[in-house]
Design a protein. Structure first.
Length: 107
């Protein structure tokens, strides 16, 4: 979907609902230098996850991410750049539909 040179309207891009989680949807845009690029969204609500290595930029919405193993908490809003580490257990609490553009190892 994202070619060698081009642009994608990430804020308005139609996303595919996740078959496993009714709160989330995504669009995979392609790969770059061994990384998968995509847009992911979560509607208001709460969900638990075990993270993959990832860097993302929040482009819409607000959320809190709690890390039960460490007690750490991230408050996320538009413009935040976030790094997650593979294996982190998280609890996502979204208060305003969150949309992010992410990079994660392809595969």
């Amino acid at each position: 979907m994202l070619g060698a040179t081009g642009a994608v309207p990430a804020r308005g891009l139609p996303l595919e609902p996740s078959p496993d989680d009714p709160l989330t949807a995504l669009a995979e845009l392609g790969t770059f230098a061994g990384l998968e690029i995509g847009v992911w969204e979560m509607a208001p609500g709460a969900a638990t996850d075990v993270e993959a290595d990832e860097v993302f930029v929040v482009i819409a919405g607000r959320a809190r991410v709690d890390f039960p193993d460490t007690g750490r908490r991230l408050e996320l809003g538009v413009g935040d750049v976030v790094r997650l580490t593979a294996g982190d257990r998280t609890v996502w609490t979204v208060t305003d539909t969150l949309r992010k553009v992410y990079l994660t190892p392809a595969g």
